[in-house]
Design a protein around this ligand. Structure first.
Ligand SMILES: NC(=O)c1ccc[n+]([C@@H]2O[C@H](COP(=O)([O-])OP(=O)(O)OC[C@H]3O[C@@H](n4cnc5c(N)ncnc54)[C@H](OP(=O)(O)O)[C@@H]3O)[C@@H](O)[C@H]2O)c1
Length: 344
């Protein structure tokens, strides 16, 4: 028997459009393999939304080229966005794919998420901001309301991180987590190492390739890595860490001489987010580190990512891969929805 699940989507940019396209592309698979009939009932950008009680055409939405193309669709309601959209959607799952610079704040995602939780709607978020700044509050609200919060898209997206730790390392004590969690920074460091470019040259290359944002400071400053690591650490180790607990450094000051020095030591320089259990509890950091050549993350190149766990009973475990692109991020949100209904 098919389970019908109505989905509201806030944010119709690169990820939101890919999410709609995936719903269309995977419709048959979702039905056959998971007995899920996922209906997109609302899709909003910053100016308004299209909605349909019995489901929009995700294929049509997924073929749109830009967020603003939503405005031209028949039935577009100007102003139906944010809290009004959450209230109107009648959804069982709210997918939050709005920008989340996290450094400046965490709206509109935070208000949308709280309203969804209060309405008994499960939340799948790609926006990191609310989880960076208010992890414990969100989890408490969700527990009280009996709804689930899933956030693979906010913790390295297509690279599975918290899922692996929670499911595959269940019952063990995780004593260390290390991750290469930001594809842009890793691409820049790889270009510097392999092609002898300096930081500015490698950043220019990343921009040419469409890999670096116009403002890359969150990525190269170590903040994106720190945000992801913080969310992972709060998930695994209890929800009490804040950015104040973290030492955060970027790669802007790294030069060819630093990489040569790392090479002479038999290692390689990477931007790593880490949480390690010490006698004084977990120490959280994000910054450049020399990884020894034999380290499982030392060979992660280009926009690839990776995460390495050490646990008391299940030993070391490394996960590598996960494309750093909007389709991969959208697929991570889809995975979250499937797991929400398959595993809880
Ligand atoms: N791109 C990736 O590969 C990737 C990977 C992992 C996670 N993420 C996360 O996913 C989220 C979306 O990323 P993206 O690349 O899709 O961003 P994007 O292309 O900039 O799209 C953002 C969307 O959010 C909408 N929006 C902005 N403010 C809004 C508001 N107040 N209410 C409703 N909608 C609003 C924008 O609408 P307008 O066009 O009207 O402004 C646009 O449709 C971000 O939080 C990002 O960090 C992205």
């Amino acid at each position: 028997m098919q389970m019908q699940v109505k989905i509201g989507l806030s944010g119709f940019g690169h990820v939101g459009r890919n999410f709609a396209a995936l719903l269309a592309e995977k419709e048959g698979d979702l039905s056959r393999r998971y007995s899920l009939d996922l209906q997109l009932v609302l899709a909003a950008n910053s100016r308004g939304a299209v909605s349909a009680e019995n489901g929009l055409d995700p294929g049509l939405l997924g073929r749109l080229q830009a967020s603003r193309d939503l405005d031209g669709l028949k039935g577009f309601t100007a102003g139906l966005t944010g809290p009004a959209a959450v209230a109107a959607a009648g959804a069982a799952v709210w997918v939050e794919a709005t920008p989340s610079p996290a450094r400046e704040g965490f709206e509109p995602a935070f208000t949308n998420m709280k309203l969804a939780i209060a309405g008994g709607i499960h939340v799948v978020t790609l926006s990191k901001g609310p989880l960076v700044h208010a992890f414990a509050e969100i989890m408490e609200l969700a527990a009280a309301a009996g709804v689930k919060i899933k956030y693979s898209g906010a913790t390295a997206a297509a690279l599975p991180t918290v899922d692996v730790a929670l499911a595959s390392l269940a019952g063990s004590r995780i004593t260390a987590v290390e991750g290469i969690l930001n594809g842009t920074s890793n691409y820049i460091l790889t270009c510097m190492e392999e092609e002898g470019l300096d930081f500015a040259g490698a950043l220019a290359r990343a921009r040419q390739q469409g890999i670096a944002e116009p403002d890359p400071s969150l990525d190269v400053g170590g903040w994106d890595t720190a945000y992801k690591l913080l969310i992972i650490a709060n998930t695994l180790f209890g929800g009490a860490f804040t950015l104040e607990h973290m030492d955060v450094q970027g790669i802007e000051g790294i030069g060819p001489a630093d990489q040569e020095a790392a090479r002479r030591l038999g290692g390689t320089l990477k931007l790593v987010g880490s949480a390690r259990l010490t006698g004084e509890g977990y120490i959280l950091q994000a910054g450049p580190q020399i990884l020894p050549g034999r380290h499982p993350l030392a060979g992660v190149r280009g926009t690839s990512k990776g995460i390495h766990f050490v646990s008391d009973t299940l030993g070391p475990l490394t996960v590598l891969g996960g494309p750093s692109d909007p389709r991969g991020a959208a697929a991570a949100a889809l995975k979250d929805i499937i797991n929400l209904y398959q595993r809880g």
